[in-house]
Design a protein around this ligand. Sequence first.
Ligand SMILES: [Ca+2]
Ligand SMILES: [Ca+2]
Length: 402
Amino acid sequence: MPGGATSAGRRFRRILSAKRTWGVLTAAAAVAIGLAIPAASFADNASGCDFAASGTTQSCSSPLSGSTFAGGDGNLLTSPTTFGTTDWQNVSGLNAGIDLTSGSGDNAFGQGTKEDNAAVTVVSGSIPPQKSDLTRFYEASEFASGSNFLYLAWERTNSLGSANMDFEINQMTTPGLGTPGAHTINRTAGDLLVTFDFTNGGGRPTLGLLRWVTTGSTSQCFSSNSLPCWGNQQTLNSADSIGAVNNLDAVTDPIAPNAPRSLAALTFGETAINLTAAGVFPPATCEAFGSVFLKSRASASFGAEVKDFVAPVPVNISNCHQQLRCGADHQAHRPSGPEPGLQLHIDHSEPRGCLDDTRVHVRQHAFQLHAERQREHHRGQRRQHRGLRQCAGRELHRLGGS
Ligand SMILES: [Ca+2]
Ligand SMILES: [Ca+2]
């Protein structure tokens, strides 16, 4: 193999580096739980590419323009940086959804649940062997080079030849969705569904984007013949998305808990999407998504049943920070913590009348406005929110919006 010596050397350095990174954590875990450390598998390709669109020819994608995230290399490790200098190992603002343990205690949607159903039944039990048994998902987002980027990954236990996964991205949360019983997914017009369809040997993953529609003509629906529904599917292209599955070999997941873990071939998939290029955020509006969860569809058909899922986790996907420059002082003393809804970014160029951000540090300096107005009992809070809304209105006007 050409360049074998170089590759071996790089791989060895990579092992050393990885072991240094994990050494402290794994040692601490071993002391804490008194178990032997499982042998880690460092099977990622030394090239940094673990994906082939067909056959065994490595065919990984470079990062999207304006992003450094390696969402098209089929692995989670940063080094080597051939396909991007950031990956799941070091991306900032990582959110992880961890499924219940596979087996009789796993949660899944009940027989017959389809994507368009907001009212769902969650059941407890093993996932059939021919269906994707999900274990985790990861999410991160960032605003860079004038665009909002969204990064998503899924993991499963079984090495099936195809993968049909949906990431549902809601503005509002659905508390308790993971527990057995009847639930209604709290969907709002404009919620997002990212579809990830892959057939081994059949090229790159096909990525789609649908939005939740609540009013207007049923012709907007992609599959259903009644509202509300998931609207017509937009197929993402190479200009606004990249994606990969680790179909060449096992790869290492360095993310806690139980890190590092070896993920067998065909059990990991990832994508990076430029939401701005995909037209998700209309101009001069402030939109924010606060919750993400992962589902597996029974087949490539959008109307197929959804089965296993990983319960929602809070996220912060928003374009508001590029729109608004309101200071944080309006809600500096909010006692109830972040909420999905209007989100504001602290502009450090603002006069220092604003609150010291270290006192109420929320991830990536974003502050989230209390979305449930009925919980605003105190006059002081109302005043803060009124000020924030007025500021937001001024900013939108300044930016040419409503
Ligand atoms: Ca990657
Ligand atoms: Ca589950």
